[in-house]
Design a protein around this ligand. Structure first.
Ligand SMILES: Nc1ncnc2c1ncn2[C@@H]1O[C@H](COP(=O)(O)OP(=O)(O)O)[C@@H](O)[C@H]1O
Ligand SMILES: [Mg+2]
Length: 429
């Protein structure tokens, strides 16, 4: 599939100021749906003067140009949530004019445009799912899953809401950082929505109430991999979990996305009993490969991070995710952490930097599960160049491809039984 990278500058004029943002847009030719809509509107200036503009919505992107000198006022790439959209604030009933408001959550600068009712409706349809709309009306909060993350009941669905409040001021670093991460997560998940994959968490919507912004995600009621590993009652099908994890990573890496925070807590399941429902989640630290040096290059979770991330040059690529997935494989095969459980995080970081994982826990694995042991050693290679790609990992004999492919065709009950028997035979923990 042909992937074209367009790099440029996002320029946005707000109250006479030009803010320049770096942006990257990916187009995938076979899936490009060219939907275009354009209409005329009025920019409402700070002094309430009206200036005629043309609004063009193109396949989820939004471009606003002045009519007078054809200057670009606003450009929002598809999937971006740099600026929040509010639609439908009715201005005058007799003329049936509505506003389209854009607000930058970081600067809290707002610009407004006057649009006719007909155009407002069409623009909303064009941008739906890619931009921010109205907050759900009174969702019922069912439970709190983690700080800022809750299970909600909307009209006909139970979903998960991950929220960030708009910072009250520019020194509120904690809120700014959470908002930036949520923004990045929303941008990446919006793009991944176009390239849906069974092992990537699905973004349902992005919503705001003007004080906070939330991403709405499918509910993975099976819980996360950490919880599952700690439950003695659930027997883990290690190869099947790894096949699903590596298949998801392969898809991400094919889209040039690096996750950068693969760990047990970020691997979720729709159904705890079915490893094929695995979803990679938490894209707050993810970025495009080309963004690595510019977007939080030193990030990850101690104990899961590839050693090259800690190096002085901090030059790395998508192979960091393979290292972290290797740690997950270690966790599953040994039920231990490779760099120990020290309360002192510096101890863990020191061992993580050296790449010296605890080999004593692997003695039994080496004897009982030589293929799993071999794959583990390859994934945890300190030199990233020697580490296999996700695609290469999937070709490892640890995964008996044929057996799993045959199973795919069988009904789920039979599938589950067979899979367990075969796994017990092949993977002795
Ligand atoms: N869509 C979801 N379905 C079910 N549980 C979720 C979902 N999203 C998050 N969680 C739970 O909340 C925890 C934190 O979510 P995560 O997206 O990793 O946020 P954070 O950035 O706070 O780490 C996860 O480990 C998981 O237990
Ligand atoms: Mg997380």
């Amino acid at each position: 599939m042909g992937v074209l990278l367009v790099t440029g500058f996002l320029s946005m004029m707000m109250y006479g100021q030009w803010n320049i943002y770096f942006f990257q847009v990916y187009f995938n030719f076979p899936n490009l749906r060219m939907k275009q809509y354009s209409c005329s509107a009025f920019y409402i200036g700070a002094d309430n003067e009206h200036q005629q503009v043309t609004i063009i919505s193109n396949n989820g992107a939004l471009l606003i140009k002045t009519v007078l000198n054809d200057q670009q006022m606003v450009y929002l790439p598809a999937g971006s949530m740099d600026t929040i959209l509010y639609f439908g604030r009715e201005v005058s009933e007799d003329q049936e004019m509505y506003t389209l408001d854009l607000e930058n959550p970081e600067t809290q600068i707002k610009v407004s445009f006057l649009v006719s009712q007909k155009d407002s409706e069409e623009l909303q349809n064009q941008l739906r799912g890619k931009q921010v709309f109205f907050r759900f009306k009174n969702p019922r909060i069912l439970s709190q899953l983690a700080p800022g993350i809750q299970l909600i009941q909307t009209q006909n669905n139970v979903m998960v809401e991950k929220m960030a409040v708009f910072p009250k001021n520019m020194i509120d670093q904690a809120s700014i950082s959470r908002l930036c991460q949520l923004k990045q997560e929303a941008d990446i998940l919006s793009l991944l929505k176009e390239q849906e994959h069974q092992n990537i968490i699905k973004l349902e919507e992005i919503v705001t109430d003007g004080e906070s912004v939330s991403i709405i995600l499918e509910n993975c009621q099976g819980g996360d991999l950490l919880k599952l590993l700690n439950k003695k009652t659930i027997k883990m099908d290690v190869p099947l979990v790894m096949i699903n994890l590596l298949t998801g990573l392969k898809h991400l890496h094919e889209q040039n996305i690096v996750h950068r925070d693969i760990k047990l807590q970020n691997i979720l399941f729709l159904d705890a009993q079915n490893a094929n429902t695995l979803k990679i989640a938490d894209f707050g630290l993810s970025c495009f490969k080309q963004q690595i040096p510019y977007y939080n290059p030193r990030c990850g979770t101690p104990g899961y991070t590839a050693p090259e991330v800690y190096s002085q040059q901090c030059i790395y690529d998508e192979k960091v995710d393979i290292y972290s997935a290797g740690i997950i494989l270690y966790n599953m095969l040994t039920l231990k952490n490779p760099f120990g459980n020290s309360k002192n995080i510096q101890d863990i970081i020191k061992r993580n930097i050296s790449g010296q994982y605890d080999e004593t826990h692997l003695v039994n694995v080496k004897i009982n599960n030589p293929l799993g042991y071999d794959l583990l050693l390859k994934m945890l290679q300190k030199d990233a160049r020697n580490r296999p790609s996700a695609k290469e990992c999937l070709l490892h004999p640890f995964f008996d491809q044929e057996i799993y492919e045959i199973q795919e065709d069988q009904n789920s009950i039979k599938h589950e039984t067979q899979k367990r028997i075969q796994t017990t035979k092949r993977v002795k923990i």
